[in-house]
Design a protein around this ligand. Structure first.
Ligand SMILES: C[S@@+](CC[C@H](N)C(=O)[O-])C[C@H]1O[C@@H](n2cnc3c(N)ncnc32)[C@H](O)[C@@H]1O
Length: 247
């Protein structure tokens, strides 16, 4: 059996794109145990058994996912969209279960096309089921977001102006490769008018405050783009950026 199939024997990792499993195997010199530990940390830790098995209500799901459970989504989106033009399309990269917050998003920005791109196949299936049942203008795709060509293909079909969400995904990008997030942000900045980055103020498990360590990211954003709003809410630092540099 090949190593990818071996890694996928664990149900929480089964529906990840092969490209991501391959990267994990490369990072761990083909050690299956280490590759699985890495994947759980960045892609599987957020999945509780209830989520994997789909045994959870639509409202409840936002309350059990580790990244979304602290958020009051209406306030969260109100603050994010306070000073920026309402987009026609929103692309949520590494979306987790955010698709389940669509009604709060709609309340704040009005009808909008919502696209979620997420590595975890279980989350993608559940979001698509929810979108279909509620007839929402939304769709989720199971992709590695660092696959820029696929990303461009999906995004180019959506109407402008666009806003891209990058909520709590910088750590996963940096875990692939140091400084990958800078390159990545440069690439996606050509695809949208605005983008929103959130950073957890505490690392998972540890109570260490690590916002100070993000100086490299803030310096980069300040140099290349315009930070419209920078604030803290529900344990996250939130940066709303305009892709144009306003001098
Ligand atoms: C910490 S969670 C944040 C989820 C969501 N953005 C939120 O803030 O509620 C990170 C999510 O990004 C996804 N992710 C990380 N790297 C990814 C990649 N390269 N491609 C697709 N999804 C990715 C993980 O599977 C996970 O669901």
């Amino acid at each position: 059996m090949d190593n990818i199939a071996e890694v996928k024997k664990k149900k929480e990792l089964r529906q990840l794109p092969d490209q991501i499993i391959e990267k994990a195997l490369q990072k761990s010199n083909n050690n299956i145990k280490d590759a699985r530990a890495y994947l759980r940390k960045y892609f599987g830790l957020f999945l509780t058994n209830k989520i994997i098995k789909g045994k959870i209500g639509d409202e409840e799901i936002l309350k059990v996912h580790i990244s979304s459970k602290k958020r009051d989504y209406e306030k969260f989106y109100e603050e994010i969209f306070e000073n920026i033009k309402k987009p026609k399309s929103i692309i949520d990269l590494g979306a987790g279960v955010n698709g389940f917050s669509y009604k709060y998003l709609e309340k704040v920005v009005g009808t909008t096309k919502y696209i979620a791109i997420e590595a975890s196949g279980q989350l993608v299936s559940q979001m698509n089921k929810f979108f279909k049942e509620n007839k929402l203008n939304a769709k989720a795709f199971c992709e590695d977001i660092t696959n820029i060509q696929s990303l461009k293909k999906i995004i180019s079909k959506t109407e402008e102006p666009r806003t891209i969400f990058l909520f709590q995904v910088i750590d996963a990008l940096e875990s692939f490769e140091k400084n990958l997030s800078k390159e990545f942000i440069e690439e996606i900045s050509h695809l949208a008018k605005t983008f929103v980055i959130t950073l957890p103020l505490e690392s998972i498990g540890k109570r260490k405050q690590f916002n100070v360590q993000r100086k490299w990211l803030i310096d980069f954003l300040e140099e290349k783009f315009t930070i419209q709003k920078d604030f803290k809410l529900f344990g996250e630092r939130i940066l709303v950026c305009d892709t144009k540099k306003i001098k």
